[in-house]
Design a protein. Structure first.
Length: 68
């Protein structure tokens, strides 16, 4: 089966969350000043959204895009 691509545009992901310790988290941050590799969530909403969507991680490539 071909993997699907999912892009989560939100507040990022808490990369140190214990539930995600075995996940291969991918993402980046986008702001008016440019693009960076830091997509750490400071609000919690993006982490919650990733927590729901990660249930399909075996069939999907998930990229987290933090918008500042």
């Amino acid at each position: 089966m071909e993997r699907i691509n999912i892009f989560i545009i939100d507040s990022g992901v808490n990369i140190n969350h214990s539930a995600f310790k075995n996940d291969d988290l991918k993402g980046f941050s986008y702001s008016t000043t440019g693009i960076s590799n830091n997509f750490e969530d400071k609000y919690g909403h993006g982490t919650a959204v990733y927590g729901i969507i990660r249930k399909v991680k075996d069939i999907a490539n998930i990229t987290n895009i933090k918008i500042n």
